[in-house]
Design a protein around this ligand. Sequence first.
Ligand code: PLP
Length: 396
Amino acid sequence: MNIPLVDLKAQYKSIKNYADNKVNEVLSSASYIMGKDVIEFEKEAQDYLGVKHAISVGNGTDALVVALMALGIGKGDEVITTPFTFFATAESISFIGATPVFVDVEKDTYNIDPSKIEEKITEKTKAIMPVHIFGQPAKMDEIKKIAKKHKLKVIEDAAQAFGSEYKGKKVGSIGDVGCFSFFPTKNLGCAGDGGMITTSDDNIATIVKALRTHGSGENGQKAYNLLNNINEEVKISEDHDDTVYNPLKYYNYLIGFNTRLDTIQAALLRVKMNYIDEWNKIRRENARIYDENLKDTSLTLPVTIDEGKSVYNMYVVQSNDREKFVNRLKEKGISTGIYYPVPMHLQKVYKNLGYKEGDMPVAEYLSHRTFAIPVFPELTNEQKEYIIYSIKEIDK
Ligand SMILES: *Cc1c(COP(=O)(O)O)cnc(C)c1O
């Protein structure tokens, strides 16, 4: 039996007609940039996540970069984050000229350890960027309390956690800004790159919208005033929608980006939004089945905090003998993934930050032990049974 880590073909098959029709409609409409589906998708995401603004962008990395810039963070600033994440988290901080300051993670939840944050705060610290790793919400109350005390912003990296909840609230709606990725293998993914920034702050939203499109037009002018503390009203134009024919398009106020979500991707995401609750529910159910059936093996299973509801973007276990499990599962046709083999503070590119082995003992420990097994919603009962059976056999 061959089981991939994520089966994108099975997912496509399950929505093929619906998805094909919607994508074809966009092709026929020829409204490829900022078309109706983009606007509608943003509204639907806003309602779903419980935020005032959901602003789609080109990918999750851009979402993080633009969010940091919109908060006015840049050269000389420090941003606290986790070393146990995908590189884009730290990269976005470095890209805008700030310095990522790593705080070790918790052994059981894989998320940033709030009890270790305060000792890393300096005069230069501007924000905390927790990651809801593998779909599991970080301890947001503790993080927000520290942020409030030290007047720091909170940027949630929710790239792996569309629909995850913390105390009944969707992640991405808890900090000052939330960032999502729609990379195809994320639990909500499109057919290419895509991303989104969420916030309930009108000013942040205005700056994000301006940066998304070359800092131009009405949003650009408003964003310029906001970032430079200029108190002057910006005249609202008659035609203030952001279409290709916007007459304000060629007036620029900021150095921004071209980072928009394609209309085709938005149309596809709107189709998938109809299934996301169901898919997330099945992911949780699959995780429960693994929890129950693998509890007597030598593997350490993932732990969810009581206040949280994970979407299990990945089901990540730990073993002293990871190599044996990964290799033998591969022989049996079962794909696994190692997340993450090198913690951020030990990445070559960050040599200049001066970290050494032993600085983040938990992240380092996990980086030698963790691997993900398939948990995607399209897994059949037969596949799940085969995965459980195989792990138990290897464990003998
Ligand atoms: C995927 C991911 C990103 C980046 O998203 P892209 O859409 O690939 O740019 C950022 N942070 C985390 C934690 C991710 O998993």
